[in-house]
Design a protein around this ligand. Structure first.
Ligand code: KIV
Length: 273
């Protein structure tokens, strides 16, 4: 018997079939408590390498490892039963060669039970997408602003603002589609370009800082819940202030501990009533 429980999750083909039918809703999650809360409402959960910054407080996404990503993905898979779970291939785990990418992807999927991987990269990485897909690893491609390439791209800047850059991003997306990617994340690109890419592809586009006309949307969960600090990216929207709720609860807990009103005998063992 598999170590991963049997479920009826949203499948990769179901996500593909959403194109032209209905929008795809996705968010990131890295841990069990959040994944449990997100599961029912989403088509897929991405265990993004953004956890390097959001979860570990690192300055960028470059120093998280495949084993760390697999451990986070395992937590998300174990605590969900509805949403498809995808895991980011971290920097250095797939760029060297398609064969190396397969070994790392297979290991991450075996450890976690996730349904597929996401990888960042332009046309040059399409051969890797082909290699993985041909060997049974579903690939969500990621083009446009690619945080893993921030050193070569000159920072976290919106892309596709010139005709040349827009054309390159369109070709990147088309190359991954041809290579068998089941969908493409379009991050931080000019809105008209996102619309053009969405029209040009048969597979769904998932926007983040892209366009309302993308086939789906993804955001970092902490950004929509008020858990990312005082400033969120321009492309995000805060849907709730969970941070304020947590701060209030913690303040009350600390006050009760200091006042000696928590714990009461109700929270103790062996108390005779
Ligand atoms: O790492 C991540 O969380 C991502 C998404 C936000 C697309 O790549």
């Amino acid at each position: 018997m598999s170590v991963h429980s049997q479920t009826t999750r949203v499948s990769i083909p179901q996500i593909m079939h959403c194109k032209g039918e209905r929008k795809i809703a996705a968010l990131t999650s890295y841990t069990a408590p959040f994944a449990r809360l997100l599961d029912e409402s989403l088509d897929f959960i991405l265990v993004g390498d953004s956890t390097a910054m959001v979860g570990y407080g690192l300055p960028n996404t470059l120093s998280i490892t495949a084993d760390q990503m697999a451990a986070h993905a395992g937590a998300v898979v174990r605590s969900t039963s509805h949403a498809c779970v995808l895991v980011d291939m971290p920097f250095g785990s797939y760029q060297e060669s398609p064969a190396r990418a397969f070994v790392n992807a297979a290991r991450m999927l075996a450890i976690s039970g996730a349904d597929g991987v996401k990888l960042e990269g332009g046309e040059a990485l399409a051969a890797t997408t082909r290699f993985l897909v041909d060997r049974g690893v579903p690939v969500l491609a990621h083009v446009g602003l690619m945080p893993q390439y921030k050193n070569t791209m000159g920072g976290f800047k919106a892309q596709g603002m010139t005709d040349e850059s827009a054309e390159r991003i369109l070709q990147d997306a088309l190359a991954h589609e041809q290579a068998g990617a089941f969908a493409v994340v379009l991050e931080g690109i000019a809105e008209p370009l996102a619309r053009r890419v969405t029209k040009s592809l048969q597979i769904p586009t998932i926007g983040i800082g892209a366009s309302p006309d993308c086939d789906g949307q993804i955001l970092v969960t902490e950004d929509i819940l008020g858990l990312s600090g005082p400033r969120i990216p321009k492309f995000a929207k805060q849907f709730a202030d969970v941070g304020a709720v947590i701060r209030g609860a913690v303040e009350q807990y600390a006050a009760e501990v200091r006042a000696g009103t928590f714990p009461s005998l109700d929270q103790c063992f062996g108390v005779k009533k």
